[in-house]
Design a protein around this ligand. Structure first.
Ligand SMILES: [Zn+2]
Length: 217
């Protein structure tokens, strides 16, 4: 993936692709604060939208810059990682360790949620993607009839993906629960009740999603 060299290139990239007909942009993990600002300003000047799968920039910062949407939820908000440095994406391990310590009801998380709502920043959950990282979900004996409906190649593909997840996944039940609580709290702040029912064939859906991503910054 191409990496931006600075805010000027971020602006030029948005302007070039907007001229080519692109209507929305997705900022990716290592984008800097200045690059994200330049991209958002250039997109908004043309009434286009920017979403972000962020890491180096926290949700508070992104909301202040005017981002329109955030992808995947709390796991991508690294601002709660201890000793997080500006414009640096913390390690996967540091991020997960910080997530384990988070209390959704605590003041900093509640403040972040209120801030997003106040800035009209939407958040896309992509819970089926996260479900792919949890072993043995759902139990296989509940799936036999559904697997029978798949083409044999797709069924084999699903079983292989499931086995490889089981080989490296640790018990993430607590983490999943925390993520679901985040969505309920976020929804409550918007005045809506959320359901976090997770579609079953996550591995297949993950591929569909990747095929629909438009342009990474
Ligand atoms: Zn993403």
């Amino acid at each position: 993936m191409h990496e931006l060299s600075g805010p000027d290139e971020a602006r030029k990239t948005v302007e070039y692709w907007a001229d080519e007909g692109v209507t929305s942009f997705k900022a990716y993990t290592h984008i800097t604060h200045a690059e994200l600002k330049a991209a958002i300003d250039a997109a908004h000047a043309r009434r286009l939208k920017v979403t972000g799968h962020l890491c180096s920039v926290g949700f508070h910062e992104a909301a202040a810059l005017g981002i329109d949407n955030l992808e995947h939820g709390l796991l991508e908000d690294t601002e709660f990682v201890p000793e997080k440095k500006p414009d640096v994406c913390p390690s996967w391990e540091a991020n997960h360790a910080a997530l384990d310590q988070l209390d959704i009801e605590s003041a900093p998380i509640q403040h972040m949620i209120h801030d997003l709502v106040q800035h009209h920043v939407a958040v896309t959950s992509t819970l089926p993607v996260f479900e792919c990282g949890v072993a043995y979900r759902p139990p296989l004996d509940r799936l036999y009839r559904t697997i029978d409906l798949l083409a044999s190649e797709a069924a084999l593909d699903y079983r292989n993906a499931r086995s490889s997840t089981a080989a490296w996944s640790t018990d993430k039940a607590g983490e999943e629960l925390r993520k679901e609580r985040f969505w309920r709290t976020f929804g409550a702040n918007l005045g809506v009740r959320t359901r976090t029912k997770i579609p079953r064939f996550c591995h297949l859906q993950h591929r569909d999603k990747e095929a629909t991503d438009l342009l990474f910054l």
